[in-house]
Design a protein around this ligand. Structure first.
Ligand code: ADP
Ligand code: MG
Length: 418
């Protein structure tokens, strides 16, 4: 395997009030843990509801638990497209019918159905509320969840997920809005919200909060199946401003690492990992990490609150454009192989989930190994497919849409002649 040693010359440092734990619970957290245990003894006696040891779907209104939800978003025309005299659109959206029309030429169009279709005018707020908020709510209820963006470079993946909206908060993307909701729904003294920010480039995990850390291993707990990256920096998020600072540091380090390597961010996956520990009463929904033996009582028989663990992954995938391996050599050829490997293995897992297959082949790449416990079963996954409107990109747009269609497992594409 090619070794990756992309260290930016000047890395961006963490803000002073960050308590980095490097995967080890720090003193402050230990104190909180103790405080939680103490709180438990003050709890009144409660009846115990039997809970299965196996993961069960979230007890919410999800009619199709486990299915990947697929939305598609069309980016508005950019400056180049606006000034292009030969510009032609190849997409037309019919959001109310949840259909998208892709025009090959004047005679051939195809219609595709998605769970949600977002036209150029769709706001960041609407996209968050429709696509990501149900995942965040499920994570706050103790289940793991993933939001991913897949599409050709330049179609709006980072805008949709990572936009910070420094000048205009209405432009904030899914990461900021998700953290805003998580912070508002956790208790700053009894609960903890921690994050790591990673980049996956050529099958090597790099820490975007401490870019000197590269080749960080993925660890899977043999008993619980829990996936973690204990070598990565873990920061306890204090408030939204703190999160915005961390996001800024991560984005700057991503840019610096890619500049140093003379590559583009489109070649790597960026993964925001948010771990939540919430102290809940034992008759509340216990979450997917719960096991019956976790239910404890104090010496008076009172239920001690359960610490409910859950994880949210927000994944800004590498550009989906096919990278031509034929003309490439050296690192570019290696890059192409690795990107194709991770996106293909992601596609295989999503297809297996769509087919309700008992075996999800997550072992093939680091990307899918990272997603292993946040995928299928009781976990909720939303996939946002991003496309541009121009007919110049018709071939790539078609292949991006087909990826989304396989995830939807909709086979009845209608071909129309006009
Ligand atoms: P990607 O991450 O898929 O490569 P970006 O998110 O960087 O693409 O988007 C490319 C450019 O298009 C950026 O300048 C971004 O601000 C702009 N852009 C993308 N989507 C939108 C949108 N929905 N509204 C306005 N500008 C957008
Ligand atoms: Mg991007």
């Amino acid at each position: 395997m090619a070794s990756y040693s992309g260290r930016p010359s000047s890395s961006h440092r963490l803000p002073p009030h960050s308590s980095t734990t490097n995967g080890v619970v720090n003193t402050q957290q230990q104190q909180q843990q103790n405080a939680r245990t103490k709180m438990g003894s003050a709890n009144s006696r409660r009846s115990v509801t039997p809970t299965s040891r196996t993961r069960s779907p979230p007890q919410d209104n999800d009619p199709e638990p486990g299915r990947v939800r697929v939305a598609i978003r069309v980016r508005p025309r950019n400056a180049e497209e606006l000034s292009d005299a030969d510009y032609a659109d190849c997409v037309e959206v019919q959001p109310e019918l949840k259909k998208l029309k892709l025009r090959k030429n004047n005679w051939n169009s195809e219609f595709y159905k998605f769970d949600e279709i977002f036209a150029e005018s769709a706001s960041q707020k609407r996209i968050y509320e429709t696509v990501a908020k149900p995942v965040v709510e499920s994570v706050l209820n103790g289940y793991n969840g993933t939001v991913m963006a897949y599409g050709q470079t330049g179609t709006g993946k980072t805008y949709t997920l990572g936009k910070m909206g420094k000048d205009d908060v209405s432009e904030r993307g899914i990461m900021v809005r998700a953290l805003e909701d998580i912070i508002a729904n956790t208790n700053s003294t009894s609960d903890s919200v921690e994050m790591s920010f990673l980049q996956l480039y050529m099958e090597s995990i790099q820490d975007l909060l401490a870019p000197e850390k590269i080749n960080i291993p993925i660890v899977e707990d043999a008993r619980t199946g829990e996936v973690s990256v204990p070598g990565a920096t873990v920061v306890k998020i204090e408030d939204l401003d703190h999160f915005l600072q961390l996001l800024h540091i991560g984005e700057s380090n991503r840019l610096a690492a890619n500049t140093k390597l003379n590559t583009e961010s489109s070649r790597s996956h960026a993964i925001l990992m948010v771990n939540i520990r919430k102290s809940v009463k034992s008759d509340e929904e216990p979450g997917s990490s719960f096991q019956e033996k976790d239910r404890k009582t104090d010496r008076h028989g009172n239920q001690i609150p359960i610490v409910r663990k859950s994880k949210l992954l927000i994944v800004d995938l590498a550009g989906s454009e096919r990278i031509d391996k034929s003309g490439s050599e050296g690192r570019l050829l290696e890059e192409a192989k690795f990107i194709n490997l991770s996106l293909t293995s992601l596609g295989k897992c999503i297809n297996a989930l769509a087919e309700n297959s008992p075996h999800i082949p997550t072992r093939d790449s680091k990307l899918t190994r990272l997603l292993r416990d946040s995928f299928g079963g009781s976990a909720r996954t939303s996939l946002i497919i991003t496309i541009g409107p121009s007919s110049r990109h018709y071939p790539e747009t078609t292949s991006t849409i087909m990826f989304g269609q396989r995830a939807m497992k909709i086979v009845n594409t209608v071909k129309l002649r006009e």
